[in-house]
Each structure stands twice: as C-alpha cells, then as structure tokens.
Write a new protein. Structure first.
Length: 230
C-alpha cells in the first residue's frame, strides 16, 4: 500500500464534483455487495475459515493481508491496462477476502441479530466516513503523510499480532494499529479524490472501497462485542 507524492497544498473547500460522486458511488456499490456477501457467506462453510486461520492470529493476518494486496494489484493492473476481465478478477479476490473475513466475524453473533448488526455497522462506518471526509475537505492542506502513517500502522499492527500470537495480551494492540491504519488510509484516499485529478476513477474507486471495507470489518467486531454484552 503505497502513497503518491504531491508537492503542493490545496485551498479547495467543500463541494462534490460529478467525478467525485462517481468514485464515492462506485465504492459504495462495491461495499454494499460486500455486506451482502457477508450475510450470504455466514450461512456457508466459508464462515468457519477464520476459525482455522486465526488459530495462530499472525497466519490469519498474513493470509488476508496477502489476499487484499494481490486483489488490489490485479484490479489496478486491469484498469491501467484497459482489461476489464483482469480488473474483474481482482475485484472478485477482494470481495471474497473481505466477504469471508466478515462472515467469519459475523458468525459469532446469533443468527437473528446478524442483519441488525450489519445495519448498525454500516451506519457507524457511514458516519465515520462522513466525518473523515468533512475534515479532509475542510482543511486546506495536503494529507500525503497519512498514506505513510497508514503503512507504519499496518506494519506495527502485523508485528504486534505476531508477538500476540505467542503473548496474547499484545493482540489488542495489533487490532488497534491495523484499524487505525485503515482509518488513515481512508483519509488519504479521500484526499486523493480531492486533489489527484490525474488518477482514473476506477483506481480511486478501488482505493476508497478497500479502505472502507477495512474499517467496516473492524467496526463489525466492535459492534458484535457490544451486542454480546447487551
């Protein structure tokens, strides 16, 4: 997950162009598909994949992290090369990765509560995205550094989970760092929508979708914990 450099700041304010609307709309559709897949996958054997992968937490993180990176690279290659077939394959990999992980998380909730949990999670993520977007659009500055901070947070999270695999008290630190990484990446992706006019709508749509999906699966875990305490 790399950042794109830019030497300038911006003095843009609020306002969404048709181009920005297409990126946001496309990412929203991809996320809606993902949520639907989670609801479907939770009723299939895919819901138990997490049980096997996260017997050693670092294995689960590596497998899903690799799947997301590969899916993103394939999708971006397809878009840059004008090959819809390759781009579609990349999106399938991403949808399966986030859908399977989300279904595994959702499987811990009672079946009668699962749709409500997905709905609450979607609302919370929508609010978070709106707040981050509002902050980015309100500030006349570059958010290039958020891309680097996100990468550092991901790396720190993987290291913490690696340690936590053998020393469980460290695991929550890894969860927080990876969650923070996706939040920072979301802010960075929104900034790229605002300022990077030389990027294609397709590439930016994928970037926003991945960031939102990452935030979604982390919020989903927190919402399930909340419901479990009620």
């Amino acid at each position: 997950m790399s950042s794109f450099e830019t030497p300038h700041e911006t003095d843009r304010g609020f306002g969404i162009s048709s181009r920005e609307a297409r990126v946001i709309g496309g990412a929203s559709i991809l996320m809606a598909i993902n949520i639907a897949l989670m609801a479907v996958f939770v009723e299939t054997p895919l819901a138990v994949v997490n049980d096997y992968l996260f017997q050693a937490p670092i294995i689960g993180v590596i497998v899903y992290g690799a799947a997301i990176m590969v899916g993103e690279l394939i999708a971006e290659r397809g878009i840059e090369g004008g090959d819809f077939g390759i781009a579609f394959v990349g999106m399938v990999v991403l949808q399966l990765a986030f859908g399977t992980f989300g279904a595994g998380v959702l499987s811990f909730a009672p079946s009668e509560s699962q749709l409500a949990i997905l709905g609450v999670t979607a609302i919370i993520v929508a609010i978070m995205t709106a707040l981050i977007s509002g902050y980015v659009y309100a500030r006349s500055k570059t958010f290039e550094s958020w891309g680097s901070y996100a990468n550092y947070s991901f790396i720190g999270g993987v290291i913490a989970i690696g340690i936590g695999t053998f020393f469980a008290p460290v695991l929550p630190v890894g969860f927080v760092l990876i969650f923070l990484g996706f939040i920072l990446r979301l802010g960075w992706e929104i900034w790229r929508i605002r300022d990077k006019r030389n990027m294609s709508v397709g590439l930016q749509t994928i970037g926003v979708y991945i960031a939102v999906a990452g935030v979604f699966v982390h919020v989903l875990q927190l919402v399930i914990r909340f419901f479990a305490r009620e």
